[in-house]
Design a protein around this ligand. Structure first.
Ligand SMILES: Cc1cc2nc3c(=O)[nH]c(=O)nc-3n(C[C@H](O)[C@H](O)[C@H](O)COP(=O)(O)OP(=O)(O)OC[C@H]3O[C@@H](n4cnc5c(N)ncnc54)[C@H](O)[C@@H]3O)c2cc1C
Length: 483
């Protein structure tokens, strides 16, 4: 093990740091939070953040930065926490990440920075996500954003289509290079999945709005209720509205269904619709807002799927009064794509997991409404193309489960609107936009794309990584003119 850097103000030896336990973040108790939409995790105090930061081994070659898709300089920002300069720590994160309060909450750190943390090889890794969240929240409370420094204008105009994490990241990086950046969003709220998909108890809407206010203060312009491909096309943006480059970050929001009998019944929702009704139509603010479709009191609700979307939907259903709340998943818990923390929280709150179970038919009450689901028990065979063990049905294992509401969370695909209205824009056979993985350039000169619309459903931080790469190559294109 190497010695800590001389610049470090950390008074602990490396051995002592290994002995400090990871600082626990306070949470709302499970039975309390299962009845409200207030955030589950309550954040670190200044004292806890300092304690946790002291654990950093300050590696000479920090794998935490190498494993972060946007390359946050973890060691440097953690050293600034140790030194007690929280605003400088926030500024350090912002050099690479324009949405720290968001990634600090929803990023799968176990697959990136914390997965790379050397300390994790022997004990629990440094709580990098918790520290990032602490610093970002501190900045939101203490930084006056009215006088952020502005880069002299280059005179170039960039259109960003979609205000999800890929678009916001590209916008933030480009405005700092002095370009005029205008974000077009189809919905009436900014933030993409962050706002219409992820519920309040994991990512409060005020946090997203504050991060967007910061970007406004940096100079980014936003326009909602504009559907590119319908209100105005990409060609019109470039040929008539004077945009020199366009970034497409429209996500993969088209719901998928299983194609089994009964999916048309009232009471069967796509996760997209279900969560949008909660998040954007304010069902989570009952009784201030009344969303009659989602009166779940005394109803049995199941979500089909095992990803973050599935858990967000079923934990929301519980908070909306569901009597029983099930996750129905065809593989075992080990294969579940949802973050481990979400699975743990869901179980604590009383969600029932029916794993190795697959629906084969939704059952009707005879009047067009759902009143049950027929399922089969599954077992795992050899791994399939995804590398996960393939679920196969067990003979004669059918059973029925009474149900009033079912939510399909088995994945999404690309919305075809922009692809079909932009001549010369190449797509793959699943209708995702083709873009170079290093430069995010598409087949159309001046048009770049990234995030879920290129890769299919992925994660916030991977979408942000694509936004950063796109911003870098858009800047190169605008300054050199070479394609
Ligand atoms: C419920 C749910 C929970 C999730 N939880 C997590 C999590 O905990 N951690 C994690 O890392 N990832 C999570 N994800 C995945 C993550 O949110 C996505 O991978 C990420 O948001 C993709 O970002 P994006 O910028 O590509 O697109 P999106 O976030 O989908 O944003 C695209 C935006 O483009 C807009 N748009 C679409 N078409 C047009 C158009 N024609 N004109 C103008 N605007 C348009 C859309 O309205 C939307 O606002 C979750 C996803 C869901 C659905």
């Amino acid at each position: 093990m190497t010695q800590p850097a001389k610049t470090s103000s950390n008074p602990l030896s490396l051995k002592e740091r290994m002995k400090v336990p990871r600082q626990h973040m306070l949470e709302q108790p499970p039975l309390v939070r299962a009845c409200n939409f207030t955030e589950v995790n309550l954040g670190y105090s200044e004292e806890l953040a300092r304690q946790e930061a002291l654990r950093c081994l300050e590696c000479a070659k920090p794998a935490c930065t190498d494993t972060c898709p946007v390359g946050v300089k973890v060691k440097e920002f953690v050293q600034l926490i140790v030194a007690g300069d929280f605003l400088a720590a926030a500024a350090k994160i912002r050099e690479d990440n324009v949405l720290p309060a968001i990634t600090g909450r929803v990023c799968p750190q176990e697959d990136h920075c914390e997965g790379g943390c050397l300390m994790g090889k022997k004990v629990t890794p440094l709580g990098i996500g918790y520290l990032e969240r602490f610093v970002a929240d501190y900045e939101q409370k203490h930084l006056d954003i009215r006088n952020l420094p502005k880069t002299p204008p280059t005179g170039k105009k960039v259109a960003i289509v979609g205000s999800g994490p890929s678009g916001l990241t590209a916008a933030g990086d480009l405005v700092q290079k002095g370009h005029q950046v205008h974000v077009f969003e189809a919905l009436h709220e900014l933030g993409g999945v962050l706002v219409y998909g992820i519920p309040e108890f994991r990512l409060p809407k005020t946090i997203i709005r504050e991060q967007i206010d910061y970007m406004r203060a940096m100079g980014v312009e936003f326009e909602t209720d504009v559907v590119i491909g319908k209100t105005i096309t990409i060609n019109e943006l470039m040929e008539e509205e004077g945009f020199d480059a366009v970034f497409i970050g429209t996500g993969a929001g088209l719901p998928q269904f299983m194609g089994i009998p009964g999916e048309h019944l009232n009471g069967v929702y796509s996760a997209n619709e279900f969560l949008t009704r909660i998040n954007l139509m304010h069902a989570y603010e009952f009784p201030r807002y009344d969303e009659p479709m989602l009166d779940l009191h005394s109803k049995d609700v199941a979500v089909i799927g095992g990803g973050n979307t599935a858990l967000d939907a079923i934990r929301s259903a519980l908070r909306l009064g569901a009597h029983k709340a099930y996750v129905i998943y065809r593989r075992s818990e080990a294969e579940m794509p949802a973050r481990a923390e979400e699975v743990k929280h869901a179980k604590q709150e009383g969600i029932e997991f029916r794993v190795l179970t697959n629906p084969i038919e939704f059952l009707s009450d005879g009047k067009g409404w759902l009143n049950g689901v027929r399922c089969m028990q599954m077992q795992l065979a050899e791994p399939d193309a995804s590398g996960r063990r393939r679920p196969v049905p067990i003979d004669d294992s059918e059973f029925d489960l009474p149900l009033s509401v079912a939510v399909m969370a088995i994945g999404t695909s690309a919305n075809p609107l922009i692809q079909s209205t932009t001549p010369g824009l190449n797509t793959n056979k699943r209708n995702y936009i083709e873009a170079d993985p290093m430069t995010q350039r598409t087949s159309r000169r001046g048009v770049f794309a990234g995030g879920d619309i290129v890769t299919g459903s992925a994660t916030v931080i991977l979408a942000m990584g694509a936004g950063r790469r796109a911003a870098k190559s858009i800047h190169e294109y605008l300054t050199t003119g070479t394609w």
